[in-house]
Design a protein. Structure first.
Length: 253
């Protein structure tokens, strides 16, 4: 007797879809570790074309939690606890408020919101906020970016803009950013749980994606500061644009 079929642990995904998610989890973590940001946006744009709308944000949150947590642990000696602590307080308040928001949103609109957000990240004016040195800035950043991540998932570029990268050591920035994202994804997962999302069918897929994300983080940290960031960002922008347009086209037709 066959104890488990493929569909019992794949959440209904096909072989090709699962392999693509695992590969992109690896690549997304590698990008974020090596370049500081971008992997989460890349991964959620791929997932928006594969994962059902209701599961998109929470499953992405679990995977990104694993990726960011591993990076936060590996860079923990560079972390500024004041920055992370204040950001966490803002994220916690936003998470409590988001439970009511999640209970009333139509999940079919989530991929559309994600695609529009990705297009804005690619071509719109990215705010250079850099309020990471003030208590009010960190508190408001934790609150506002956590509200955003509940709806579009990939809030990494916003968190990066809020913390500010100029004048900050690359390792300190990576440690602070990864720690803030870890806390934010944790709050998001708890909020979705209270809102009624059932994570159980997705556990095997999420575990595999987290493992691939961890491997990507290890590779990315080894090449931190060694990639031609300027040229990569140009190619990456067009890649995200095409992926986001595909999501919108699929939704429209």
């Amino acid at each position: 007797m066959e104890w488990f079929s493929y569909s019992d642990w794949s959440a209904g995904l096909g072989y090709g879809q699962l392999l693509l998610l695992l590969l992109c989890s690896f690549l997304g973590s590698l990008m974020t570790a090596a370049l500081g940001v971008g992997g989460g946006a890349f991964l959620i744009t791929i997932m928006a074309d594969i994962v059902p709308p209701l599961a998109l944000i929470p499953v992405h949150g679990i995977v990104q939690l694993g990726s960011n947590a591993s990076r936060a642990i590996l860079t923990r000696k560079h972390r500024n606890n004041r920055v992370v602590g204040l950001f966490f307080v803002g994220a916690l308040v936003a998470s409590l408020a988001s439970v009511f928001l999640l209970a009333n949103i139509n999940p079919t609109w989530i991929p559309v919101l994600v695609a529009i957000f990705i297009l804005w990240l690619s071509w719109g004016p990215m705010p250079q906020i850099g309020l990471g040195k003030t208590a009010a800035g960190l508190l408001s950043g934790g609150f506002l970016t956590t509200i955003a991540t509940m709806l579009v998932g990939a809030s990494g570029p916003l968190v990066s803009a809020w913390l500010g990268r100029s004048g900050v050591d690359r390792w300190v920035y990576t440690a602070n950013f990864s720690s803030c994202m870890t806390l934010q994804h944790s709050m998001k997962i708890i909020a979705f749980g209270f809102a009624g999302f059932v994570f159980t069918p997705w556990i095997p897929v999420m575990v595999l994606m987290v493992i691939c994300g961890y491997l990507g983080t290890r590779v990315g940290l080894k090449i931190l500061g060694k990639l031609p960031e300027k040229h990569f960002r140009t190619v990456f922008r067009w890649l995200l644009t095409l992926l986001a347009l595909r999501v919108l086209w699929k939704w429209l037709v």
